[in-house]
Design a protein around this ligand. Structure first.
Ligand SMILES: [Zn+2]
Ligand SMILES: [Zn+2]
Length: 105
């Protein structure tokens, strides 16, 4: 019984000799599940290629709605000639001014 070698790579890879097609996006395969027969330019053997597209999304809810920790960025802020510290959340853009930390000149 002959062993079928399966390759899952970011590039079309010859299952016989390991040759990689660095121009895989020019192969004409565009959609998930598309398949075609290829001939390896290195060993001249034919092999079948099936395209698998894996799409992943990473989502993060905003802190305001999801009550997770704000991603504060601290900055100096001037109100009525007084310098105090403020902070802005880089995720949800909420502003807060820390009155307690007023810095007197
Ligand atoms: Zn080959
Ligand atoms: Zn936030």
């Amino acid at each position: 019984m002959c062993e079928i070698r399966k390759f899952q790579e970011g590039e079309i890879t010859c299952p016989y000799c390991g040759w990689k097609d660095t121009d895989s996006w020019e192969s004409g395969l565009n959609n998930d599940g598309d398949s075609d027969e290829f001939e390896c330019p290195e060993c001249n053997k034919k092999f079948n290629v099936i395209m698998n597209i894996e799409t992943t999304y990473t989502t993060t809810g905003l802190c305001k709605e999801n009550k997770v920790k704000h991603n504060w960025e601290y900055f100096d802020h001037t109100t009525d000639g007084k310098r105090c510290k403020g902070r802005k959340c880089l995720t949800c853009n909420e502003y807060k001014f820390d009155k307690e930390t007023i810095v007197k000149e």
